[in-house]
Design a protein around this ligand. Structure first.
Ligand code: OGA
Ligand code: NI
Length: 354
């Protein structure tokens, strides 16, 4: 994409990779094969798995899964289409370029100078057309329709994306059900909160960076949605901040595994039993890296608040309720317009005990 390292990419000190990155270790690896077995509806068969999910969500908010049921051909197909797309000439990619009004399609750091990250991306949404609160200066709740922008090349791109999305969505809901059980709730308790759900899938390309110690592929952040299901290739570079001591821990690439993290919404629903972990992507000077996060989110109209079953007098709600669409809109506004203001964070809805 013809990037040059200029000062726009130099990350503030706290964003720079630290030198003492600990090797992988600790991030839980969970085998989901019991879900594919005959007695997967039997709560006793699931109890070991639910306990693993509970510990992983509580201690890390981050884990990898294997034997997850997403066919590897489906992942290979989108991976090939992803590469072919990013290798197209820039003019071709700009035909599906994202703009301020419709934030789907292609963008790189050259056409959005304010973005400091060393990467280019392609975003699409499910469903293909989505109604969201419109982007604007005011707080009015006007709606707009988002429509995907599909490139003509490679020709198999759109189908590969949609097939992948369909299969990863099934996995995402299996995880939502396990998380519900792990919170001591009925398996389907959270499903209703995903009525009219919205899914965003991002294809990422992190080119090699000549000065990897001065830039990050993706700066430290928390995912603001409910749940993220990420495919990374064998290059590595994703790091998660360990809750116990704040060290950045590299997430080791495991072929065909998916990396799962809980987002801010699960943090609020669980009344902070589970926390949305901070993570970032480090780049390197030799190898490009590809990844595909799948973000599962509720409907834009949903009000997010701690689940009633998880709060009582001893354990009062830690968050005021907020509207997911408004939250997302505000994030999008400040990310895109380089507003000198702090991004809206869920901590702004935190109730501080008197
Ligand atoms: C993200 C993210 C990680 C990666 O897009 O939110 O954390 O490995 N991506 O690309
Ligand atoms: Ni993320």
């Amino acid at each position: 994409m013809g990037l040059e390292l200029d000062t726009a990419f130099v990350q503030p000190i706290e964003h720079r990779p630290m030198l003492t990155i600990l090797e992988a270790g600790g991030i839980p690896l969970i085998d989901l094969s019991v879900l594919n077995s005959q007695n997967s509806d039997d709560p006793r068969a699931l109890s070991g798995l639910v306990a693993e999910i509970e510990a992983a969500c509580r201690e890390w908010g981050f884990f990898q899964v294997i034997n997850h049921g997403v066919p590897s051909e489906i992942r290979q197909r989108i991976g090939n289409a992803q590469k072919k797309f990013f290798y197209l000439p820039l003019e071709e990619k700009h035909k599906v370029r994202r703009d301020l009004v419709n934030p789907v399609g292609y963008y790189d750091t050259e056409n959005t100078k304010n973005v400091r990250d060393w990467k280019e991306v392609f975003d699409f949404i499910i469903p293909d057309e989505m109604v969201i609160p419109s982007l604007g200066e005011t707080e009015n709740q006007e709606l707009q329709v988002l429509r995907n922008r599909w490139p003509d090349y490679p020709p198999e791109f759109r189908q590969a994306c949609n097939e992948y999305a369909r299969d990863v969505e099934k996995l995402a809901f299996k995880l939502v059900e396990l998380i519900s059980l792990s919170l001591g709730l009925p398996k389907k308790r959270l499903n209703g909160l995903f009525k009219d759900k919205t899914v965003r899938i991002r294809l990422n390309h992190y080119p090699p960076c000549p000065s990897p110690h001065l830039a990050l592929g993706l700066g430290r952040h928390k995912d603001s949605g409910a749940l993220t299901v990420l495919a990374q290739d064998d290059v590595g570079g994703l790091e998660v901040k360990r809750k116990t001591d704040g060290e950045w821990i590299r997430v080791k690439p495991i072929p065909d595994a998916y990396i799962i993290n809980v987002g801010d919404i699960i943090q609020v629903w669980s009344n902070e039993k589970y926390e949305s972990p901070e993570h970032r992507v480090v780049v390197n000077s030799e190898r490009e890296r590809f990844s595909i996060p799948f973000f599962l989110n509720p409907a834009y109209y949903l009000m997010v608040k701690p689940l009633e079953e998880l709060v009582d007098e001893q354990n009062p709600p830690k968050y005021r309720e907020y509207n997911w669409g408004e939250f997302f809109k505000s994030r999008r506004n400040s990310n895109f317009k380089k507003l000198g203001v702090e991004n809206l964070q869920i901590s702004h809805f935190k109730i501080t005990p008197q």
